[in-house]
Design a protein around this ligand. Structure first.
Ligand SMILES: Nc1ncnc2c1ncn2[C@@H]1O[C@H](COP(=O)(O)OP(=O)(O)OP(=O)(O)O)[C@@H](O)[C@H]1O
Ligand SMILES: [Mg+2]
Length: 357
């Protein structure tokens, strides 16, 4: 497999809306992708993910900036000469061709010898787990199987970069989970550099070597799944990656590898540094990083308890707004809805986060 690096340098895209006003869909973003790396563009609807992907594919021309594939600026190169392949949400299979012909399409266009086409189609169908499906019409396949064919069709031409735009959103939940694992396995087996667009954080967390989290055309944070989940640089990232509670604190002292903070009149030693520098901070507390305890500094009242089987979610009204606490069994029967409680943080696993969006 080709070893390809991809560099996105100061890329912007400005569209004109129907009134002629400028829409800054992508606003001066920079990131790079190592050979064989699986990078996910993650973010809310309209943040510029698809536009970024389409610029990499060549379907959209950047207003500014450079896109380098192996250090060659491809901005002026048309899509079909770029050596990228795209897998779409709607599989885009040709309904009148059987599976084999669908997969062979790109190779036939390149006028490869018949035997080689045959060999490569069989090989790629084996990799996506659909050996022997050559003669079936696409309509006789399940959604997941069709998505695998779309993936096979993209991979068979041996592109340098594989691009995915929300490829799993048309599948039901169970199939989506299976295909997630499959995509990861196939990408690693083939060793291809991949850029994957999704707004689903679970997909991003499970698939990615690197996550590029976007908002309003800009990059909020780049990092591994652990980085963005456990060490968010601001409140937006922290919230986007999962349920989290924010508790305002005063940072008393930042030491070499720990932070002393004050919450009301109580001092805590947090065994990590603030995730980024700021003038004011909050504690980012995942639901598992808070507990109900007799001497906690935060006063609250249990509003709702949601039983989840192996744990329960306690929603507690406090002076800092509603706080969600994950409680593990055995459950204390005395802690019922409407009860006044005190809440504490689990200082070992909270993070000191800049108090900004
Ligand atoms: N051709 C276009 N003309 C005008 N505006 C556009 C065009 N394409 C995209 N936009 C705008 O650019 C912004 C980013 O769009 P984009 O499709 O990249 O978002 P996205 O992150 O992929 O969102 P989603 O998760 O909903 O697919 C949006 O505000 C969108 O309305
Ligand atoms: Mg999109």
């Amino acid at each position: 497999m080709k070893q390809v690096t991809l560099k996105i340098e100061n890329i912007s895209k400005i569209f004109k809306d129907y009134k002629g006003n400028e829409v800054r869909a992508v606003d001066n973003i920079t990131f790079d992708i190592k050979p064989g790396e699986f990078v996910t563009l993650l973010g809310p609807s309209g943040c510029g993910k698809t536009t970024t992907l389409r610029m990499i594919a060549g379907f959209e021309k950047p207003t500014n900036g450079r896109i380098l594939i192996n250090d060659v600026n491809v901005v002026e190169i048309p899509p079909w000469k770029r050596d990228t392949a795209m897998v779409f949400q709607s599989y885009g299979l040709f309904p009148h061709m059987n599976v084999g012909d669908n997969v062979a399409y790109g190779l036939k266009m390149r006028k490869l010898p018949k035997e080689e086409i045959q060999r490569r189609v069989s090989e790629i169908l084996r990799i996506v787990g659909l050996e022997g499906f050559e003669n079936r019409p696409p309509s006789s396949l399940s959604g997941g199987q069709q998505q695998r064919i779309a993936l096979a069709r993209a991979l068979v031409v041996e592109p340098s970069v594989l691009l995915f735009d929300e490829p799993l959103s048309n599948l039901d939940v169970l199939l989506r989970e299976q295909m997630r694992v499959e995509i990861k396995r196939i990408q690693k087996e083939v060793g291809i550099t991949a850029v994957y667009v999704t707004h689903d954080r679970t997909e991003a967390l499970t698939l990615s070597d690197k996550i590029v989290l976007m908002k309003g055309g800009k990059i909020e944070q780049i990092g591994s799944a652990e980085d963005v989940y456990e060490r968010p640089m601001n409140r937006f990232v922290a919230e986007f990656m999962g349920k989290i509670n924010f508790v305002p604190v005063e940072v008393v002292e930042i030491l070499r590898d720990e932070t002393i903070v004050k919450l009301k009149n109580r001092t805590y030693k947090i065994p990590s540094l603030p995730t980024a520098h700021s003038d004011s901070y909050v504690l980012g507390c995942r639901p598992e990083a808070m507990r109900i305890t007799a001497d906690g500094p935060i006063d609250g009242k249990i509003k709702t308890i949601v039983y989840m089987g192996n744990f329960s979610e306690y929603y507690v009204d406090t002076e800092y707004g509603e706080i969600m606490i994950k409680v593990n069994p055995p459950f204390d029967k005395a802690l019922s809805e409407g009860k006044n409680v005190k809440v504490d943080i689990v200082s070992e696993i909270v993070k000191v986060i800049p108090d900004r969006e």
